[in-house]
Design a protein around this ligand. Structure first.
Ligand code: SF4
Length: 442
């Protein structure tokens, strides 16, 4: 039975917004709370010995911050990371030193992560010296040879700038391996490399995982790479995991609308091939004023209309997007009024302008009456009342401001999907179909 190496439980990492000293003083005088960026906001997963897990998502989704927290380069704002059962927060002395030897990170940019004033030899020997580990030359040589920088002695006196990009990343890998770690976080390990060099470094990483029996968390936006390298994959969106599971299972049968859209964005060899593409619209939401409920709701192509309302999905999406953008200030009624030719108090012109810009689908009955009523209220200058009118009819379960009702991925969860649309198969159903009746590794 494999042993659990890492348990991440409700990890949060928030960073204060850089507001400048005048704003900061004014806020302090007014007694207000400082705004924070919710970089990681409740992430939970486990990592077993020898397992490779991919963290995927668009830039800014929190995957690098999560990775840095796993090797204690960031301390959590909340939640806990346990390494072999012990909380990183509680570690000190020898235990912490042992963790620092066992947990290593390979960074995206080898040029930035290596000290330009250190030779290749010193770069690899430095961690040995920090941890007071002997047999230095033999260990440096072995690490370099493993990374295929050989004959090793020929590289000893080189500086990072004298190496190619691929060689620099090999040096970074050798440095990470010299302490015989059991756990590595590799953050976009080949994204800065020339395409021609990537395959070589990837096969080195694979060999590293196999020969050292390492547990590895790969961070990448490249799903094809993660499919190739990882046993399991976790998809992140706005600081949270929205889907996690066996890599093949998630990629061939995605359940979360965000995962589906990411997979649809992966280029296929035949661009004319028929695919049911899910197009993503809109921008990633605000990481300071995070939306209530599901954070993907502003872009979700499958957002769920309230019970009892008859409405076309696309039309509902349009209304929801209008509401959310009005709420977060991306739609500014005052500037629309200023753009009106002629009379700024012309309600009909104001409504026409908003409809032209934000509503392309036909509405009918109570849906149309509600939108019209809200636009009329907006024209009178009362945004709050307009939002209330829209919310009374169109508020969805996807935005419910109730942490207990939010769809979340929790541990232990072999296949977690943070979406109200997801209905996990019950054991009875699974057995009935007979598909998964046998153990997974049979
Ligand atoms: S919970 Fe709602 S908004 Fe979120 S992904 Fe599912 S359907 Fe879309």
């Amino acid at each position: 039975m494999t042993e659990q190496i890492l348990e991440v439980d409700g990890l949060k990492k928030h960073f204060p917004v850089n507001e400048g000293w005048i704003a900061s003083m004014m806020r302090a005088v007014a007694g207000g709370e400082q705004d924070v960026v919710h970089a990681v906001d409740g992430v939970s997963f486990e990592l077993q010995e020898g397992e490779t897990l991919g963290l995927a998502g668009e830039s800014g989704c929190g995957k690098t911050t999560t990775g840095m927290s796993l090797v204690k380069l960031h301390d959590p704002t909340d939640g806990e990371i346990r390494y072999r059962g012990t909380s990183l927060e509680e570690m000190s002395g020898e235990e912490l030193d042992g963790f620092r030897q066992n947990a290593q990170m390979i960074f995206q940019d080898p040029f930035e992560s290596l000290n330009p004033r250190m030779t290749v030899y010193d770069t690899i020997a430095e961690p040995l010296r920090i941890h007071d580990i002997g047999n230095e030359t033999a260990r440096v040589k072995r690490a370099l040879e493993f990374a295929e920088l050989q004959p090793a002695e020929q590289y000893f006196d080189d500086y990072p700038h004298e190496l190619s990009g691929g060689q620099r990343q090999r040096l970074a890998i050798a440095r990470a391996l010299v302490l015989d770690p059991d756990f590595i976080v590799a953050d976009e390990p080949v994204s800065m490399l020339d395409v021609s060099l990537r395959a070589g470094v990837l096969s080195l990483l694979e060999r590293m995982t196999d020969e050292f029996g390492l547990s590895v968390v790969y961070i990448s936006h490249d799903l094809s790479l993660l499919r190739h390298m990882c046993d399991r994959i976790a998809i992140m969106y706005m600081g949270r995991i929205v889907e996690i599971g066996d890599t093949e299972d998630v990629i061939s049968n995605p359940q979360h609308p965000y995962t589906k859209s990411l997979i649809d964005a992966v280029p296929v060899p035949d661009p004319t091939a028929d695919r049911d593409r899910v197009e993503l619209s809109g921008e990633v939401g605000d990481a300071v004023e995070v939306p209530t409920g599901c954070r993907f709701r502003g872009r979700c192509p499958s957002i769920i209309p309230p019970d009892g309302i008859e409405i076309d999905q696309a039309a509902f999406r349009e209304i929801s997007s209008f509401r959310y953008r009005l709420e977060d200030g991306t739609i500014d009624p005052a500037s629309i009024r200023e753009d009106l030719d002629g009379d700024r108090s012309d309600t009909a012109a104001f409504k026409r302008k908003l409809r032209e810009k934000h509503f392309t689908h036909e509405l009918a009955g109570a849906n149309e009456a509600t939108v019209d009523d809200a636009l009329e209220t907006l024209a009178s200058g009362d945004t709050e009342a307009a939002l209330e009118t829209l919310a009374d009819r169109f508020a969805t379960v996807c935005e419910r401001d109730d942490p207990a009702a939010e769809p979340r991925v929790e541990i232990p969860d072999d296949r977690g999907v943070a979406c109200h649309l997801y209905e996990p198969e019950t054991p009875a159903e699974t057995t009935a179909t007979g598909e998964d009746a046998a153990p997974a590794d049979d």
